[in-house]
Each structure stands twice: as structure tokens, then as C-alpha cells.
Design a protein around this ligand. Structure first.
Ligand code: ZN
Ligand code: ZN
Length: 178
């Protein structure tokens, strides 16, 4: 099998969980589409923490459609993750994805970002939930202990903030103001 880009020989390699073929000359990579996510996850982990907001270079396809190295039919343009940042070639018949040099790395960055953004969102969500529960517990404790007790241990600043937060909580949980 030869490289669809430069006709160089493709050699088999294992990257993480994926068996890929890499062009010896141009370092482009052929991946089976079902293995793509596993490969990108592996590469993304190697990236470590990355800047979520740094602009990415756009890897433009020059509008040249490459032939599938397996069946020879012209491959589709495949915009990774529905973005126009990376467009790879794909043979829908053989489930093969061809990534030109650099495209695999960019896809890994996109993949890492999506995962990090999802993680960050989940963390923020959890933080908000925990915060509400903490406040709820405070409110319940306050009611149980009586207003005077909870107030006495607090500075005026904390009291002001707590009063405000309790007001928010009452609205949030539709409790009666007292
Ligand atoms: Zn090549
Ligand atoms: Zn094909």
C-alpha cells in the first residue's frame, strides 16, 4: 500500500491502541475510522494540559481529493468534529481516514480541548451544585440552631453575605421569606 499524497511506502505502526500505517516519506497517517477516537485520546493524553483558547492554524485542504490507498476511489473531505480546522480525507467504503502530516496532531488538540471543556463544564456544574448543598445545609443548621446562634459566630461581613445567600436560596427553593 502506498501513500495517497506522495506515493511513498506505508509502514505499519502501533500508536497507543491503534494500528496505523504511516508514510515513510511524508509522515502522513492512515487510520481505520473506528480507531480514530482511541488514537486521538492516546495522543491527547500525551499533550497534557493545553491552552483551551489558543488559536489553531487552519489546515486547509487545497481542494485536491486523494485516492483511497486501498480501493483507489476518490476519498471524501471529512471535517473533523464538524469544524473547518482540520479536513482529512476519508474512504467511506473502507472506513479509512487519511491525515496529512500535522493533521493528526491538530485533531488530537481539538479532541483534548473538547474533553477538557467538557471536564471543566462538569467541574463547574458540580461546584455550583455543591455550593447550593452547602448553603442549604447552612440554612437548615441555622433554622435548627435558631437565628441568634448562627449569627453570633459570624463577622458582620460573613453575616451580610450569608443573609444575601439565604435570600437567594429562598428564591431558588421558593421558600417563604421571614
Ligand atoms: Zn506520503
Ligand atoms: Zn477505499
Amino acid at each position: 500500500m502506498n501513500c495517497p499524497r506522495c506515493n511513498g511506502p506505508l509502514t505499519e505502526r502501533t500508536i497507543g491502541p491503534a494500528a496505523v500505517r504511516t508514510c515513510v516519506w511524508c509522515t502522513g497517517t492512515l487510520v481505520r475510522q473506528p480507531q480514530l477516537v482511541g488514537l486521538l485520546t492516546h495522543l491527547a493524553q500525551a499533550l497534557g494540559t493545553i491552552d483551551l483558547d489558543a488559536p489553531l492554524p487552519r489546515m486547509g485542504d487545497e481542494g485536491v481529493h486523494l485516492p483511497c490507498p486501498q480501493c483507489g476511489r476518490t476519498m471524501d473531505a471529512f471535517g473533523y468534529m464538524g469544524t473547518n480546522v482540520v479536513t482529512v480525507d476519508r474512504c467511506p467504503d473502507d472506513w479509512l481516514v487519511w491525515a496529512d502530516p500535522g493533521e493528526l496532531g491538530l485533531m488530537a488538540i481539538l479532541h483534548a480541548r473538547t474533553t477538557q471543556i467538557t471536564d471543566a463544564r462538569n467541574a463547574a456544574e458540580k461546584e455550583r451544585r455543591d455550593e447550593r448543598l452547602r448553603h442549604m445545609a447552612l440554612l437548615i443548621d441555622g433554622r435548627r440552631a435558631g437565628r441568634g446562634n448562627i449569627g453570633a459566630a459570624l463577622t458582620s461581613d460573613q453575616r451580610r453575605r450569608l443573609t444575601h445567600e439565604l435570600g437567594e436560596l429562598r428564591r431558588m427553593f421558593e421558600l417563604d421569606p421571614d
